[in-house]
Design a protein around this ligand. Sequence first.
Ligand code: MEV
Length: 439
Amino acid sequence: MSGPVQGFSKLSKEEKIQWVAQNYTHNPEQTTALLKKYWNTDTQLQKLHDEFIENTITNFYLPFGVAPNFQINGKRYTLPMAIEESSVVAAASKAAKFWLTRGGFRTRILGTEKVGQVHFLFKGEFDRLEQFFKSVKPRLISEATPITANMEKRGGGITQIELRDKSKELPDYYQLHCTFETLDAMGANFINSCLEQFAKTLKDAAQEFEAFSPEEKNLEVVMSILSNYVPNCVVRAEVSCPVSELNEDDGIAPETFAEKIIQAVRIAEIEPYRAVTHNKGIMNGIDSVVLATGNDFRAIEAGVHAYASRDGQYRSLTHAKVENDTFRLWIDVPLALGTVGGLTSLHPMVKLALEMLHHPKATDLMQIVAVAGLAQNFAALRSLVTTGIQRGHMKMHLLNILNQLGATEEEKLKMVDYFKTHTATHSAVVEAFQKLRAN
Ligand code: MEV
């Protein structure tokens, strides 16, 4: 193939499949059959999914699991989780059950501020730019009224517009740094629409500003876009209990267990190599609920990791301590989530997930998602400082290996039983399976 493929998006779904199968696979017939096998037989439902993105040729499944027994601020939840990693839902459920009898999870919203910026170039005197900004600020807000009116009726809208001088870092570069309250919406569309209007007003008003020189009047907007870094849209989730109640079934004294967890968290607070994996475990919980509830997990990931390095070094999102014989583990995490707009009223599984969570407001969902992250961190640390992670992981991964080996249901039962008392590694499973087949 040479040169770009023309008009690909205009081809029918069948034609696209044919093109992919013939150009990129060894067995076009098999490929076509596989792709079609994943189509939903309900044509309306399939059409809905086809139209989420461009060039859809089939669906890509992720398991949708549930983790029960979460008590959050005294209320019981079962968390919907969409994730492929075998041990995540089991770990979440285990942590939820552990804390259920120890007061459950408590959460608090620390802020809900969203951010967007207009990035522009200005060649001239900063004093005059400041003067201009002061005069144009009311107009920025008033000309955005058609966009903000509805949000304002509900109690949200633009909360601040600031002029920021970045010209020391990049010549002639300035920003309108804007903050918003977007209530139950994640707010990307609202914020981007406001910003694009600000940019237009800024350019028009600069042309009209008499104190500006001709060069200053030609203020140039580079781009207008929301920021996924939301250090003031943060939720805290925590668990705590008397150290003596940290009774473990892993043969370790509660005091030692508490100390080990605290040590593990300290390591993740000061050591970036460990912090990344520590936070990855937290994201196992966070992403799976974010995905199940139709939110943008890439935005969440980007924002969370930026927050984890806000002082210049990448650090743990969770913290732990013992004070007055009480063990406490908590997380502060930025989560710009929505429970209206986007996929929330479109994707049937997302609608179901939100229904399971009692139709949460965005701030409720922030708290639930933070809890999922904290639970996952507790479960990981608990395994890491006691039995090691592999025991649980391999137990969950066992079925994947058996499926790869083509085990029958009866063989699977026998193998699961066998590995209750044997250490499961990939080679041990293969060996045991071969023996079983040989008998
Ligand atoms: C695996 O997906 C996540 C863990 O590595 C997290 C951690 O080490 O804390 C178990």
